[in-house]
Ligand binder design. Structure first.
Ligand SMILES: NC(=O)c1ccc[n+]([C@@H]2O[C@H](COP(=O)([O-])OP(=O)(O)OC[C@H]3O[C@@H](n4cnc5c(N)ncnc54)[C@H](O)[C@@H]3O)[C@@H](O)[C@H]2O)c1
Ligand SMILES: CC(C)[C@@H](O)CC[C@@H](C)[C@H]1CC[C@H]2[C@@H]3[C@H](O)C=C4C[C@@H](O)CC[C@]4(C)[C@H]3CC[C@]12C
Length: 410
């Protein structure tokens, strides 16, 4: 079944059954070093520093963690290019180390800007994207950034001879689908009817497909492009804006948040540091394991517990003084749907005057209300991934971040 859905991502974006290509080749044994062990046989010394990495979206929530993880755990790094529409001031502090950090203000929708940034890079980690499920951007803009931008990155790799491309996809490429089917403890091979209507998941599905289909293309110089897509579930951790929004909402409501979703609806979540680590490890292993990893998708996972989205957030917001009030008896689901629909109507009516983009809309309510949990070890089998941060460590780091940024540290 081909990809449908117009250029703007309107209409239904119907994908094939969301199954990654069947695994080829023997699954790798456990011969990998401990997570964080630098690429086998690599001494951490100046003469090994010869690689140029490009991180698109390098100033975003995930991108910043990828940038910092590369500086800590890729000893072969000679130059790290950070490409983003909006450069962060924190980049300046990174320019004092042995690695050349090059900040590039650019737009992935502009092919010439992408080509200039990619030229000479050995590896591209493409995280740049418009992560919008709140109606802030138009479907056309979401398509331009997420799909056309990814096309520009792929073509830049082909034209300039960059051989390794790691793409940050999303769980939403799989689901939840428009029918609200639960995805329960699924993996990369679990059959699931991936049907989307919202521009964001449609764009991520189209971009992921482009990346996987580009695997094996000849790049300038005659060698083959090796691509891989990582599918994080809901990422949390230092810098997570939605977590910050929930915290502010709770403070405005007198320290209370109101449960809208049954605790029985479970979501997989993954700590941003582990997602960053998986991106770095894939980039390090992609050359030696091109036959096994090329063209593959991997869910990003760690030891974070399965919980409802709201209960999971309370793991961090509770220690920061908020409490979750169960209002499901007061606010039945039909009333939530009505409120979500009213929000969507208000957004449409107010658009000529101002941007009204609340957390609750029909799409976010549907996603929140549908179980989506992942249980897989494909990344460990293929390239020896193990989470770098335990659940306890991930939780502590996130709590400290919320406390620090909101001045609520005890
Ligand atoms: N946050 C999550 O829970 C989550 C989960 C799964 C996948 N993802 C994916 O991870 C990636 C990063 O997401 P995030 O949560 O860090 O979002 P983010 O918005 O914090 O980061 C995205 C970055 O991309 C940049 N960007 C946007 N448009 C650009 C353009 N036209 N040109 C250049 N740069 C541009 C932004 O400035 C930003 O720095 C996205 O591709 C997203 O789809 C995120
Ligand atoms: C207002 C309540 C109903 C509240 O529970 C709404 C929560 C809602 C804002 C979030 C619930 C699930 C989230 C999404 C999920 O974690 C995965 C995503 C994929 C990623 O690629 C982008 C972010 C997101 C769409 C994420 C966005 C917030 C939720 C919809």
């Amino acid at each position: 079944m081909g990809q449908e859905g117009g250029a703007s991502g309107r209409g239904r974006c119907v994908g094939r059954l969301a199954q990654a290509p069947r695994e080829e080749g023997p699954s790798s044994g456990g011969q990998f070093g401990h997570p964080g062990t630098v690429a086998a046989g690599m001494a951490d010394s100046a003469e090994t520093r010869k690689l140029v990495y490009l991180v698109t979206g390098g100033c975003g929530f995930l991108g910043e963690h990828v940038v910092r993880m590369l500086l800590q755990r890729e000893p072969r790094l000679y130059e790290l290019r950070v490409f983003d529409l909006h450069l962060g001031p924190w980049l300046e502090e990174l320019k004092t180390g042995p690695v050349q950090v090059t900040a590039i203000q650019g737009d992935v929708t502009q092919a010439h800007e992408v080509a200039a940034a990619v030229a000479g890079a050995h590896v591209v980690i493409h995280t740049a994207g418009l992560v919008d499920v709140f109606g802030r951007a138009s479907p056309e803009t979401i398509y331009e950034v997420n799909v056309q931008g990814t096309k520009n990155v792929i073509e830049a790799c082909v034209q300039t001879g960059t051989r390794f491309l790691v793409y940050t996809s999303s769980m939403e490429v799989v689901g939840p689908n428009i029918k609200g089917h639960p995805f329960y403890r699924g993996n990369e091979d679990t059959p699931y009817e991936a049907i989307h209507r919202h521009p964001y998941p449609c764009s991520k599905a189209q971009a992921e497909r482009l990346v996987l289909e580009a695997n094996g293309r000849k790049v300038h110089g005659g060698l083959s492009l090796v691509t891989c897509a990582l599918r994080p579930t809901g990422i949390y951790g230092e810098g997570h804006q939605i977590m910050r929004d929930f915290y502010h909402q709770g403070l405005r409501l007198g320290g209370r948040l109101f449960r809208a979703i049954p605790a029985s609806v479970e979501h997989s979540r993954v700590y941003v540091g582990n997602v960053a680590w998986m991106h770095v490890l894939v980039a390090q292993e992609l050359e030696q394991r091109a036959a096994l990893m090329g063209g593959q998708v991997y869910f990003c996972y760690d030891e974070s517990p399965y919980k409802s989205y709201e209960d999971f957030n309370m793991e961090f917001l509770g220690p920061c003084g908020l409490r979750l009030v169960d209002t499901r008896l007061l606010v039945p689901y039909w009333l939530l749907m009505l409120l979500a629909t009213l929000n969507a109507l208000l957004q449409w009516l107010l658009r000529p005057l101002l941007l009204y983009a609340p957390l609750l809309n029909p799409y976010t309510l549907a996603v929140a209300n549908t179980t989506f949990t992942v249980s897989t070890n494909k990344a460990q089998r293929h390239f020896g991934y193990k989470p770098l941060f335990s659940w306890e460590d991930s939780r502590t780091r996130t709590i400290r971040w919320v406390q620090a940024v909101e001045g609520s540290a005890p």
